[in-house]
Design a protein. Structure first.
Length: 260
C-alpha cells in the first residue's frame, strides 16, 4: 500500500544494497531476484505534470517484471539554459514526481547529459525515454551514447497531450482565464493585466452575469407559462365536464320527459 511520497535520492544516500552486476535487456525481461530489481532511469523537465508524463513513467516502470524506477528532474537553471522558461519551479516539479504512483525515487538537479559517473553512482541498468532523437546542448541525440551501450529502452509518447499543448491552450484563451481569475479574487497586478484590460474584463464579467440572470428569468417565465397553460387546460376540461352535467340535469328537469 502506498502511504508516502517517493524519497529523494540524496536522502537515501543513493544506496543499492544488492550486488550490481550488469544485466542485458533479455535477462531483465526474464525477471530478477526480489532483492535485485532492475534499476530503470527516466529523466525530464516534467513541467505542468500531465497524463502524458504519467503514462511514460508507467511504461518505464513496467518494462521489466521486477523494476525500481528512478526519475531525474532537471533544475530551473539547467532547464532555462537549454530549453526555456518553465511554468512550475523546480521544487514544484520535484514534488509532482514524488506523488506519481510509478516513481520509486526522485533525483533532484539531474544532469542534462548522462555521464558514466552518474550512471555508476545510481547503479542504473537502463535508461527509458521515447525513441525520437532528442537534440540539445550541441548534440543531435543526447541519448546516443546510451543507445550505443545497449542501455536504452524506448517508451511511447502519448499523442494529443504535452506541456506545450497546455500552454498553447492557455495563451489562446488568455482572456477567458484572466477574467476567471479576476472573478476568483486575483488582482490585476498578479495577472499582469493592464488597467484598461482589467476594467474591460470586469465589465465583460458583469455582462455575463446579466445574461445569466436574463436566461434564468426566461427559463422561469417559460416554466410559469407552461404551468398556466397546463392549469388552463385542466380548468377548461373541468368546465366542459360541469357543462355536460348541468345540461343533463336541466334536461332531466325541463325536458319532454322531465320532472316538470
Amino acid at each position: 500500500t502506498l502511504t508516502a511520497p517517493a524519497p529523494f535520492a540524496d536522502e537515501t544516500s543513493c544506496q543499492c544494497q544488492a550486488p550490481h552486476e550488469k544485466l542485458t535487456i533479455a535477462q531483465a525481461r526474464l525477471g530478477t531476484p526480489a532483492d535485485r530489481p532492475v534499476r530503470v532511469y527516466a529523466d525530464g523537465i516534467f513541467d505542468l505534470f500531465h497524463s502524458g508524463h504519467a503514462r511514460a513513467l508507467m511504461q518505464a516502470k513496467t518494462l521489466f517484471p521486477n523494476s525500481y524506477l528512478l526519475v531525474g528532474v532537471c533544475s530551473d537553471d539547467l532547464t532555462h539554459k537549454f530549453k526555456g522558461f518553465t511554468v512550475m519551479n523546480e521544487t514544484e516539479r520535484y514534488e509532482a514526481l514524488r506523488h506519481c504512483r510509478y516513481v520509486d525515487e526522485v533525483i533532484r538537479d539531474a544532469p542534462w547529459t548522462l555521464t558514466p559517473e552518474f550512471l555508476e553512482k545510481h547503479k542504473i541498468d537502463f535508461v527509458a525515454h521515447d525513441d525520437i532523437p532528442y537534440s540539445s546542448a550541441g548534440s543531435d541525440d543526447v541519448y546516443k551514447h546510451i543507445k550505443e551501450a545497449g542501455m536504452f529502452v524506448p517508451t511511447q509518447r502519448t499523442e494529443g497531450i504535452s506541456t506545450s499543448d497546455i500552454i498553447t491552450r492557455i495563451v489562446r484563451d488568455y482572456d477567458v482565464y484572466a477574467r476567471r481569475n479576476l472573478q476568483r479574487g486575483y488582482t490585476a497586478k498578479q495577472l499582469n493585466v493592464s488597467f484598461i484590460n482589467e476594467k474591460k474584463y470586469r465589465f465583460q464579467n458583469q455582462v455575463d452575469k446579466m445574461k445569466e440572470k436574463v436566461k434564468n428569468v426566461e427559463e422561469k417565465s417559460k416554466e410559469f407559462v407552461y404551468k398556466v397553460e397546463e392549469k388552463s387546460h385542466d380548468l377548461i376540461q373541468k368546465w366542459e365536464e360541469k357543462s355536460r352535467e348541468f345540461i343533463g340535469n336541466f334536461l332531466e328537469l325541463f325536458g319532454p320527459d322531465g320532472a316538470w
